[in-house]
Design a protein around this ligand. Structure first.
Ligand SMILES: [Zn+2]
Length: 166
């Protein structure tokens, strides 16, 4: 697995956010927590409690309960999200993850995803009262080109009919 500078930056941000969260909640800043967070960010894809436990096993033998409790703490801190799949709970990192923004057509409801770091950076720099933001996703509403073409065709048709009736 290759770790790029971008991944380093994400992990650094996540570590900082974890420190912040633990200070706020007065939790203990144990080295296991940071090791687990680092492991979760290194895996980079969806994982289970068992996958994470196996991943850190050699360096850090932790019980399943400890791994689970820490993951739940990461979820509360907004660093990890939980995917409830039938019979198996999967976790995934979410903090400072490349987020997709959306273009939503208000006529047909279709969505197109796009990436724009400038939008994300701008919004993540904002400070909100009594709210700690961990991620963002923007939806831009509008009309897709297919619907716009349809509207134009119908408009032309109406214009023609109007001319005929005159
Ligand atoms: Zn549309």
């Amino acid at each position: 697995m290759t770790v790029t500078n971008n991944d380093d930056k994400r992990l650094a941000c996540a570590r900082e956010a974890l420190t912040q969260y633990m200070l706020e909640k007065r939790c203990r800043k144990t080295p296991e927590r940071y090791a687990l967070l680092e492991a979760a960010y290194t895996i980079g894809e969806q994982f289970t409690v068992d996958t994470l436990q196996k991943f850190v096993e050699k360096k850090l033998p932790l019980s399943r309960v400890t791994v689970y409790n820490n993951l739940e703490l990461f979820v509360k801190a907004g660093l990890v999200v939980k995917h409830p799949t039938p019979g198996l709970v999967k976790y995934e990192i979410c903090y400072a993850k490349k987020t997709h923004h959306k273009l939503l057509c208000t006529v047909c409801g279709s969505t197109t995803e796009f990436l724009d770091d400038a939008i994300s950076d701008f919004l993540m720099q904002k400070r909100f009262k009594k709210f700690h933001s961990t991620n963002c996703s923007v939806t831009i509403f509008g009309i897709c080109s297919r619907c716009q073409a349809k509207i134009n065709r119908e408009r032309k048709k109406l214009n023609k009919q109007n001319k005929k009736t005159k």
